[in-house]
Ligand binder design. Structure first.
Ligand SMILES: [Zn+2]
Length: 107
């Protein structure tokens, strides 16, 4: 049942960047906290990134990422599955062009 609402949510996110209210609307939106669609999209993207990324230090695979998404930039963190559990992180910010993602780097 959740998937029934997903296309609508994604469309709402995509149309948000084509706001016709001009720069004032964009400025207002920049200070709004990340919405459910933003969090969902960031989570999906970084699940895939973490699954295909190895620890920069020991080469172990990475755990599923966690988000701290109370405000922009959204902080994405994960640890490697090696014995040292090296920490990796990335920040995601919102720009006028949409979401700006960064690679997971060792923190
Ligand atoms: Zn490691």
């Amino acid at each position: 049942m959740e998937w029934f609402f997903l296309p609508w949510t994604f469309t709402a996110y995509l149309t948000g960047t084509f706001d016709q209210t001009g720069w004032q609307g964009i400025e207002r939106n920049r200070y709004e906290p990340p919405g459910p669609a933003d969090k969902w999209l960031i989570e999906i993207v970084y699940e895939m990134v973490a699954a295909e990324t190895r620890c920069k230090r020991c080469g172990a695979p990475l755990d599923s990422p966690r988000l701290r998404a109370g405000a922009w930039p959204v902080r994405v963190t994960t640890r490697c599955r090696g014995s040292a559990r090296h920490r990796h992180r990335a920040d995601v910010s919102r720009t006028q062009d949409g979401l700006h993602t960064n690679p997971l780097i060792r923190a």
